[in-house]
Ligand binder design. Structure first.
Ligand code: DQA
Length: 148
């Protein structure tokens, strides 16, 4: 079965209470439940993790080398400046999809730039919690395609 790692970055543990007008009222636990349901529907084996420190996110990305065919990651604010996370993504040489809950392009200037964008397969932004579910569909299709 296809194995996909879903990595949530900093402050996403506060989903549901954190700026609900921007990030919605869905908690991280509810979001992970939806991710697991969708994964089951798509015959994907999924593992989710959330970390605030950069080092733990890098460790989680490396973990895909042991367990995973692809990674879906929301690096949170690290998106905009972490070259270390960018390098970790480049190092694992497998499909990675960058997701954002909010439409980062319609917000503050600093959110419009992603340093990880050049090393991911693609980005899905602005569909609230659905961004992750759309990413699961995209990951399933692209991994199926690569096996043909
Ligand atoms: C975010 C967007 C980032 O700019 C922000 O720092 C986050 C969440 C999103 O999912 O919309 O923490 O990645």
């Amino acid at each position: 079965m296809t194995r996909v790692l879903v990595i949530h970055g900093p402050n996403l543990n506060l989903l549901g209470v954190r700026e609900p007008d921007v990030y919605g009222r869905c908690t991280l636990a509810q979001l992970n439940e939806r991710i697991h349901e969708k994964a089951q529907e798509l015959s994907i084996e999924v593992r989710t993790s959330q970390s605030n420190p950069e080092a733990d996110i890098i460790g989680a990305i490396h973990g895909a080398l042991e367990w995973g065919d692809g990674v879906i990651i929301n690096p949170g604010a690290f998106t905009h400046y972490s070259y270390a996370i960018r390098d970790a993504i480049a190092a694992i040489r497998m499909p990675v999809i960058e997701v954002h809950i909010s439409n980062v392009h319609g917000r503050e200037e600093f959110r419009r730039h992603s340093v990880v964008a050049p090393v991911v397969y693609g980005q899905i932004v602005g569909f609230s919690a659905n961004s992750y579910l759309l990413a699961l569909h995209a990951m399933r299709d692209l991994l199926e395609e690569s096996r043909r």
